[in-house]
Design a protein around this ligand. Structure first.
Ligand code: AMP
Length: 457
C-alpha cells in the first residue's frame, strides 16, 4: 500500500509489516471540538485499516498537559493548572469513546515524562545544538542545516514567521526547549533551574521513549507542519544523529467553517459533545470519511444530513437483504469479491475513503437490484454480502448498531399495520405499535431510504 509523505511530497510504498505510529494528541485546556474530531477520526480509520490489512501497528498518542494555554485557562478560572488538565483529559477520553475511536495503544502525558524531556534537552546541549540563556534553553536552528525541510522554507521565508521576541536568543527563530519560570508557577526542577519544557520537546522525548529515535508514521493536522513538526525533526535528528526521524509524515486537512479553520481562538467551533447531541457518532464519522483525509472539509449541516441519508441507505440495504427470498438462487460471490477488491485498492492508495465508499454503494446497489427484480439469492451469497458490507463499513466505524433482525411473521404484521396506521394519519396507533416493537428489541426509523429496522443496541 502507498501513503503520501509530506516531506517528499510523494506517495511511498509501505513495505514493512510492523509499523509504529505517533499522532500528536490534544492540549487539554478545554473541550475538544469537531475540528479535533476530524483529525482523530481520520487516524482512527487509518489505524483500523492498517490493522485490517495485517500490519502490526503500535499507535502512540501524547497528551499535552503542560502548556501555556492550560496555565492561562487556570489563571482565568482561578484553578490549578493540573486540575484543568485532568478535567479536560477526562473530557477528551469521553469524547473519543463516544466517537468510537479506539485502538490507541498508549497515551502518554508530558507531565509523566519530565526525566525523559530533561534528558533529551541535556543531550542536545551537550552536542551543542542547544544553549542556555537567562530565560531558558533554546535550540540553535543554525546548527541544523535542514531546518525548514518539511515545510519547504528557506531561511528568508522562515524569517517571516511571527516569533516570541527574546533578546537572549542567538537567532530570533531559535525555539524554546526549557522555559525558566518562577517557583510560584507550574514547573519542575532541572539542571537549568525551575521551569517547564517547550511544546516540541515534549513530543520527541515521548516518541523516543516508546518508539525509538526512528519510526514509521507521524501524524497530526496540517497546521502542525510548521513549527511543531519541523522542530521535532530538528531535535530528534540532531540528538540521535540518525535520519530520517520518521519514514512518513502524514497531515490531515482542516475542518473549515466559511473557509476558516474551526478553532477555539476564532470561536467558530462546535464541541464534540454538542455535535453528538445532534448526530450519532457513525453519521459524523461517515461525514468525515466522505472526504479524503488530506482534503479540507467544509462544516455544513447539509453534508452531515447527506451522510445520515447514506447511512440509512446502507442500514436499509441490510434489511432488504434479510428479506430477499433465499433458496437455490443466484450466486454473487465473484461480483462481491470484485467490489471488495476495488474497496481495498482505493484504501491502499493513501486511504482514499471517498472512493472506498463508492464500493460500499456498489454493494448496496447490488442488494437493491436483487430486491427490485424479485430474484432469489443463495443463502451463502446473502451471508457473504452481509459480512462484506459490515466488514467494509467497520473500517469507517459505521453500522455499529447493526444486528441482524430476524423478521418473524408477527414483526412483519406489526410493521405493515403501523404503515397502514401512518397512511391514515392514525399516529397514536402507529406510535403504539412502534413502542411494542421497541419492547421486542426492534427500532423502526422512517427515513428517506425507507423504513429501516435496527436491533436495539
Ligand atoms: P490541539 O489540541 O489544538 O493541539 O489540537 C489537536 C489536534 O487537532 C492537532 O493535530 C490539530 O492540528 C488538530 N486540529 C485542531 N483544529 C482542527 C481543525 N479545524 N481541523 C482539523 N484538525 C484540527
Amino acid at each position: 500500500m502507498k501513503i503520501f509523505d509530506t516531506l517528499t511530497r510523494e506517495k511511498k510504498e509501505v513495505s514493512k509489516k510492523k509499523l509504529k505510529m505517533f499522532v500528536c494528541g490534544p492540549t487539554v485546556y478545554d473541550n475538544s471540538h469537531l475540528g479535533h474530531a476530524r483529525t482523530y477520526i481520520a487516524y482512527d480509520i487509518i489505524a483500523k485499516y492498517l490493522r485490517y490489512r495485517g500490519y502490526d501497528l503500535s499507535f502512540l498518542m501524547n497528551i499535552t498537559d503542560v502548556d501555556d494555554k492550560i496555565i492561562n485557562r487556570a489563571a482565568e478560572t482561578k484553578k490549578d493548572p493540573k486540575e484543568i488538565a485532568v478535567q479536560f483529559e477526562k473530557a477528551f477520553m469521553e469524547d473519543m469513546k463516544a466517537l468510537g475511536i479506539g485502538g490507541i495503544d498508549k497515551f502518554a502525558r508530558a507531565s509523566d515524562h519530565m526525566p525523559e524531556i530533561i534528558d533529551q534537552i541535556q543531550r542536545l546541549v551537550k552536542k551543542k545544538f542547544a544553549y542556555e540563556t537567562k530565560t531558558g534553553v533554546y535550540f540553535d536552528i543554525t546548527k541544523f542545516a535542514e531546518y525548514g525541510k518539511l515545510s519547504r522554507q528557506n531561511t528568508e521565508e522562515l524569517k517571516k514567521h511571527r516569533i516570541e521576541p527574546d533578546a537572549t536568543k542567538k537567532n530570533p527563530h531559535d525555539f524554546s526547549l526549557w522555559k525558566k519560570r518562577d517557583k510560584s508557577e507550574l514547573g519542575w526542577d532541572s539542571p537549568w533551574g525551575f521551569g517547564r519544557p517547550g511544546w516540541h520537546i515534549e513530543d520527541t522525548a515521548i516518541s523516543e521513549k516508546y518508539l525509538g529515535s526512528q519510526y514509521d508514521i507521524h501524524g497530526g493536522a496540517i497546521d502542525l507542519i510548521f513549527p511543531h513538526h519541523e522542530a521535532e525533526i530538528a531535535q530528534m535528528e540532531s540528538v540521535s544523529g540518525k535520519k530520517p526521524m520518521v519514514n512518513l509524515w502524514t497531515h490531515t486537512g482542516f475542518l473549515l467553517v466559511n473557509g476558516e479553520k474551526m478553532s477555539k481562538s476564532l470561536g467558530n467551533f462546535i464541541t464534540i459533545k454538542e455535535a453528538l447531541k445532534k448526530h450519532p457518532a457513525e453519521v459524523l464519522r461517515l461525514f468525515f470519511a466522505m472526504s479524503h483525509y488530506r482534503s479540507p472539509i467544509d462544516f455544513d449541516e447539509n453534508n452531515i444530513k447527506q451522510a445520515k441519508n447514506t447511512l440509512d441507505t446502507i442500514y436499509n440495504a441490510l434489511v432488504v437483504l434479510e428479506n430477499i427470498e433465499k433458496g437455490p438462487g443466484e450466486d454473487v460471490e465473484s461480483e462481491v469479491n470484485r467490489i471488495k477488491a476495488a474497496f481495498i485498492e482505493h484504501l491502499d492508495d493513501d486511504f482514499n475513503t471517498p472512493y472506498a465508499l463508492s464500493s460500499v454503494y456498489e454493494l448496496v446497489d447490488l442488494v437493491n437490484k436483487y430486491a427490485s427484480t424479485g430474484k432469489k439469492i443463495s443463502r451463502d451469497s446473502k451471508e457473504l454480502i452481509e459480512a462484506t458490507l459490515l466488514e467494509m463499513c467497520g473500517i469507517f466505524g459505521a453500522l455499529r448498531n447493526y444486528a441482524p433482525v430476524k423478521v418473524t411473521e408477527e414483526i412483519r404484521k406489526l410493521v405493515s399495520e403501523r404503515e397502514a396506521a401512518r397512511t391514515r394519519k392514525d399516529y397514536k396507533k402507529a406510535d403504539a405499535i412502534r413502542s411494542r416493537l421497541e419492547k421486542m428489541g426492534i427500532i423502526i426509523e422512517d427515513t428517506k431510504a425507507g423504513i429501516i429496522w435496527k436491533k436495539k443496541s
